[in-house]
Ligand binder design. Sequence first.
Ligand code: FES
Length: 281
Amino acid sequence: MSSTTIITVAIAVLAVLGLGVVLTATRRSDMSGVGALSRETRKRDRDAKKSARKIGKEVEAAASRSTAVAVMPPAEIEPWVVPDPEAIDESRRAFLNRANTTLMSASLGGFAAALIAFLWKGAEGGFGSKINAGKLEDVIGQIRANKGFLYLPEARSWVTEYPKEAISKADAVYAGQGPVYSGITSGIVALYQKCPHLGCRVPECKTSQWFECPCHGSQYNRVGEKKGGPAPRGMDRFGVSVNNGMVVIDTGTVFAGPPIGVNTTGQEAEGPHCVGGTGGH
Ligand code: FES
């Protein structure tokens, strides 16, 4: 190799080395610039942290102020005063008066309501009022259709025929009970279902054609005259009127049954008894 070539190569190597040094220096310079920027950033971060800590302390201080427990002012306690006995008596009297008045008002109100209901019912019809039983011929027809007895629940009564041939005898016994006698002269009697002994409902006995009480065995003929048993009299009854052929039974008044021994129809048992035999009273 010639000396000229060696010098040329050496110069080229030196040039390359020089370029490498320059590039490395530039790179370091750039790197040092980047480091300077990071410090600024860290400074900003520190400032921001300081600011945040400051704000946090302020918030905590504000919060501690807002949650402070309010202290109630001491209540004023009135001094105890011994009650006045007269005032207590007065108050007790007033209470009792009010209670009495209220109870009396309630009682009177209840009584008035019951009275009005009773009168209202009486005015409307039903037991205790005048009951329209229908046409006389229909009533008699139903009695015969039911083998001698017609029961009217609304009147709580048995209605039976009174034989025409016995009316002359009835005059002496029933004339004093005008409304009852009026029915007899029309051919019927209305007998209260309640036994005059102790109040049982007395049923009819189709076989004997009497009324026979199942409670203690009192017996009555078909027009309610006592025939036996412990009853103190014949069956009680209601007044009957016939107006324009219409039968009206007045259940507002109960007429006492005839005394023991009255037997205006002379009707004897027409078959087996339903309750016991004939009594001896
Ligand atoms: S209640 Fe009818 S006989 Fe006693």
